[in-house]
Design a protein around this ligand. Structure first.
Ligand SMILES: O=C(O)c1ccccc1NCC(=O)[C@H](O)[C@H](O)COP(=O)(O)O
Length: 211
């Protein structure tokens, strides 16, 4: 019998507290997301981003989340980011202009064709697939029908939306995504991560990776 191990990358999103960053880094999380959209209950200011990002060690990716924000604001945040995550209706040309790796978040509304999206956002490093709730650009804590994700897609898939320690093993087994992204599922309250939930999430991903 051959044992195959695929390491699913993990991104924790909506970090606001130094202690949560330390914990995530200690757990071996690959990427940390900072919500730069002021309407979010998890948002941080550019000043706080600078402080938090300085705490992140090498080889852990600092990701900034934006929702239809100005190029000037994004530029202001860029010195503290390794990668940009776009959650709005940004055009591919808008996303490209920063000369920085970027990913596009897509909400799985009815009729969305992921093959078309992979072509349209051809410059993206990956597509982050999230649940669709009208008027809410992300962080809903809701899952979507994972069977809508094609087995082969021209872009790596980052699975998001309502993931928790309880459903993450099934998600990894069913979807085999490049990476998984969690926010609400590891929280005590918006922006406040919970140590045991973070550890359980990482442990369940690692266990699901051994198949
Ligand atoms: O978290 C927010 O408040 C938010 C606001 C605006 C755009 C994106 C936002 N969050 C994105 C994420 O946290 C994740 O990429 C993803 O949506 C997973 O969230 P969750 O379902 O809570 O695990």
């Amino acid at each position: 019998m051959t044992l195959s191990v695929t390491r699913t990358r993990i991104k924790f999103c909506g970090l606001t507290r130094p202690a949560d960053i330390d914990r995530a880094v200690a757990l071996g999380v690959d990427a940390l997301g900072f919500v730069m959209w002021p309407q979010s209950r998890r948002s941080v200011t550019p000043e706080t981003l600078a402080t938090l990002a300085a705490q992140v060690p090498a080889f852990v990716t600092r990701v900034g989340l934006f929702v239809d924000q100005s190029a000037e604001f994004i530029e202001q945040c860029l010195p503290h980011l390794d990668l940009i995550q776009f959650h709005g209706d940004e055009s591919p040309a808008f996303c490209e202009q920063f000369g920085r790796p970027w990913i596009k978040a897509l909400r799985m509304r009815d009729g969305l064709d992921l093959h078309d999206a992979a072509t349209i956002y051809g410059g993206a490093q990956a597509l982050l697939l999230d649940a669709y709730r009208p008027g809410v650009p992300g962080g809903t804590g809701e899952t979507f029908d994972w069977s809508r994700i094609p087995a082969t897609l021209a872009k790596p898939v980052i699975l998001a939306g309502g993931l928790t320690a309880d459903n993450i093993a099934r998600a990894v087994n069913d979807v085999a995504p490049y990476a998984v992204d969690v926010s609400g599922g590891i929280e005590a309250s918006p922006g406040v991560k919970e140590a045991d939930s973070m550890a359980a999430f990482v442990r369940h991903v690692a266990q699901a990776d051994i198949r």
